[in-house]
Design a protein around this ligand. Sequence first.
Ligand code: SF4
Ligand code: SF4
Length: 91
Amino acid sequence: MGVLGLRPIPERCAACSICELACTFHHTKAFGRRPSSIAVHKDHVTGEVTIAIHETEAGPRRACDLCAGERVPLCVKWCPVGAVGTTRTRP
Ligand code: SF4
Ligand code: SF4
């Protein structure tokens, strides 16, 4: 697919955490949230959602490798509302 980057669209995000589980599965072949390179946060007072993509490892959190070895990044593939898009692709 040639994905060069991710483009989070937080205004679409339902904060369901599926992308975090999918990302952790990519890294560890198990489900969880702590190793995920994508981090979703919803402010329960304001309702504002933020989506962070971590490019460096920190503690249990793995660095995003754009899902090396996968045809489509799993966070993009499994987001039910299209809240994680991709930037340019090449053939
Ligand atoms: S592209 Fe893959 S490694 Fe990067 S945040 Fe998405 S699921 Fe995680
Ligand atoms: S899977 Fe999509 S809707 Fe769910 S938390 Fe991730 S970006 Fe938001």
